[in-house]
Ligand binder design. Structure first.
Ligand code: BGC
Length: 695
């Protein structure tokens, strides 16, 4: 990331409150209480839901409703997470999986900050992002919005993204709480998860967003959790979320509420997009009959108003007219992120592409060659006119001796394709084939495998660029192509960024934020993923239980944590990715301190190419008494190193890195004993090791 961006960012970040002190301080709560004391029951009921009647502009299903009598303004919301959506065109940033794949906290902060500016310029007070549900299998239609399979990487990405948004005085909403790890039948399939797995794998990102980023809002998920819908689930909301110190607004996902009493007492403060169950007509009799204590409603109103107060929304306009809607800084953040997300999985001496010679050119083709693909649903953006740069446009703007030709992929000129210097084949999914409310196929959409095989057979210098939210089936063609890059959904600057990577101006520095198994069946979650169930079994569950359910039987052994435990070898491990340079790892020194260990080591860029490396720090228990994964990611650093230069870095491992969640005491417990500290270029490419004893 360039120096100008970094310095602007650190200015923005210096305004942030320390994590432990919530913006929603006692003063804000006090003021909220005073307002609530003046509210009628009807007014209280009107504050705790949206309205999509469209009678006034605020009744569009994307507002907290205002109250003129009490001086409460309506507060506008917008999706998320790739930019500001809903009735606007806006800067379109790389998707979540791309941010996680960058393994760069500054990238996440930058995108969050850009979104914060874009929101402010439009008067949006609440952004409905980030989405942080853990990647269990490639099939979940919304993986592209999320941050991969590892809770530590996901947390770091989320915390920085949220800090970025909130640094601009805009609220972030972390979603979908919790266990919304599939889109298939998402309203009725209960995610059944044990307590240790919940705390070690699925809760940490939400928890750190509360504890470290002071996130303002949390959105519950559609699915039931252990048999009770998330928006009506006291175990989830009061038992966990509020116990982590969350003081902000809990809102339901759009249309995920079912019963008035369960919803009112279950913990949700704000029902969206309208008053299906939390309305005056249904709530009043419960209060009148003494079934419901009005104080329960007061608490919801206080949560909402104290959060609005903490962000200054009760006193100041949310819109900042000095920020342009098409902001140069936002575009720079989008580009900086797009340059670091793509992951190069294979390169047999084809990349970087050389400029054309002797009349030869680079041919670009494929369904995603001349569009900017994106995932579908509420994460789908409306970009600003003229700002979207396709892969073809990016390559054709390279200049410097590069000549690029776009070819019709449905009707390729095979003779010409035989003659090109190289072929860039852009395949993958888009908003029709991968998105919200449905799970996607593992295979690339119809016809694409065959296209890849034919193109590669015609021109062996073919690089395949895949646009998707996760792993795809590569078995039919991987051995036939010399190069493969995962581009995710890279946003409006994706074409420029990919051209920079393909031409060698930028060395690819993304690393896999999930395990690329190479087969759907190898994934430890495969047998426990709903769609694989036999139809009769599914129907039976629906009949005998209130809800059909999916049991997270792989437990804590999600993704790379399952490699050794289940004895399965992935095609490309978690953390893997190639660049145009090689790095040497050396000189590990581990020192014990008051709270844990500091780990110092040196990276050397052995090549003549400037590049970044992601050094990953895993903790591996030796003879642990508690059942644990072979190793777990506990720290990482992305270092940009000039050719032939070295850099020494120290990473800190607090004692909490050696703990597990103990269900007997419902707390995190440090496990004394011997551990290996492993530093590597991926979860299966450990370059340095040192042993430590935790007392
Ligand atoms: C999605 C949420 C989104 C909401 C509002 C729902 O369908 O699950 O992620 O924020 O719609 O668009």
């Amino acid at each position: 990331m360039n120096k100008l961006l970094l310095s602007i960012m650190s200015l923005a970040m210096s305004a942030l409150p320390a994590a432990a002190q919530s913006r929603i301080n006692d003063e804000a709560v006090q003021r909220a209480r005073q307002i609530v004391s003046k509210m009628t029951l009807e007014e209280k009921c009107r504050l705790i839901h949206g309205d999509e009647s469209r009678e006034t502009p605020d009744c569009d299903g994307f507002h907290i409703l205002g109250n003129e009598r009490l001086g409460i303004p309506a507060v506008r919301m917008a999706d998320g997470p790739q930019g500001v959506r809903n009735n606007t065109h806006s800067t379109y940033y790389p998707c979540g999986i791309s941010l996680a794949a960058s393994w760069n906290r500054d990238v996440a902060t930058g995108v969050g900050t850009g979104i914060g500016y874009d929101a402010r310029s439009r008067g949006v007070g609440i952004m409905l992002c980030p989405g942080v549900n853990i990647y269990r299998t490639a099939l979940n239609g919304r993986n592209f919005e999320y941050y991969g399979e590892d809770p530590y990487l996901a947390s770091e990405t989320a915390v920085n993204y949220i800090k970025g948004i909130q640094s601009r005085g805009v609220m972030a909403t972390i979603k979908h709480f919790a266990f919304n790890n599939q889109e298939y039948d998402r309203h009725s399939v209960s995610s059944n998860v044990d307590e240790r797995t919940a705390n070690e794998i699925y809760f940490p990102t939400f928890r750190k967003a509360v504890e470290q980023a002071d996130v303002a809002c949390v959105m519950t998920s559609y699915n039931p959790v252990n048999g009770t819908h998330a928006a009506e689930n006291p175990w989830l909301i009061d038992g966990n979320l509020r116990s982590w110190g969350f003081r902000g607004i809990v809102m339901s996902d759009w249309t995920s509420t079912y019963s008035t009493i369960d919803c009112v007492t279950g913990g949700v403060d704000l029902e969206m997009p309208r008053d299906y169950v939390m309305n005056y007509e249904l709530v009043k009799p419960l209060v009148d009959n003494g079934v419901l204590d009005e104080a329960v409603l007061d608490r919801k109103c206080v949560n909402i108003l104290s959060t609005l107060c903490a962000y200054g929304f009760l006193d100041n306009p949310m819109q900042d007219p000095d920020i342009p809607e098409d902001y140069e800084l936002s575009r720079q953040y989008a580009l900086a992120a797009a340059l670091e997300g793509p992951v190069m999985l294979k390169n047999e001496k084809l990349l970087p592409l050389k400029p054309f010679s002797k009349g030869k050119d680079i041919v670009v083709l494929g369904p995603n060659a001349d569009i900017v693909p994106f995932g579908g649903g509420s994460g789908k953006m409306s970009p600003i006119e003229g700002r979207n740069i396709s892969l073809y446009r990016g390559l054709s703007e390279l200049g410097k001796g590069y000549k690029t030709t776009l070819m019709d992929w449905k009707n390729p000129d095979w003779t010409r394709l035989g003659k090109a210097t190289a072929v860039v084949l852009a395949v993958g999914f888009n908003h029709d084939t991968e998105g919200e409310n449905f799970d996607r196929s593992y295979a690339l959409p119809e016809g694409q495998d065959e296209l890849i095989r034919r193109v590669a057979a015609t021109n062996p210098n073919t690089v395949v660029v895949v646009y998707s939210g996760g792993e795809v089936d590569v078995t039919g063609w991987l051995d036939k192509v010399p190069a493969l890059i995962m581009a995710w959904y890279p946003g409006q600057e994706g074409g420029t960024a990919m051209a920079s990577i393909l031409s060698g101006k930028t060395s690819p520095s993304g690393r896999l934020p999930f395990t690329f198994w190479g087969s759907l069946e190898k994934n430890p979650a495969y047998a426990n993923y709903y769609v694989n169930k036999d139809k009769a079994e599914y129907a039976n569950e629906k009949r005998f239980w209130k809800y059909p359910f999916v049991e997270y039987r792989e437990g804590i052994f999600v993704g790379y944590r399952g490699v050794e435990h289940f004895g399965v070898q992935p095609l490309f491990p978690f953390g893997y990715g190639l660049g145009y340079s090689q790095f040497e790892y050396k000189d590990i020194v581990v020192a014990e301190g008051l709270d844990g260990f500091s780990v110092t080591f040196t990276l050397k860029n052995k090549s003549l190419v400037k590049a970044s490396e992601v050094a990953q720090l895993y903790v591996a228990p030796v003879d642990s008494k508690v059942l644990k994964p072979a190793r777990e990611l506990k720290e990482y650093a992305k270092l940009y190193i000039e050719p032939l230069k070295s850099q020494t870095i120290t990473l800190h491992l607090p004692k909490s890195c050696f703990s597990h969640y103990d269900t007997a005491t419902s707390s995190w417990v440090v496990d004394p004993g011997k551990y290996m500290i492993q530093v590597g270029a991926s979860s299966l490419d450990i370059r340095l090791e040192a042993s430590v004893t935790v007392k």
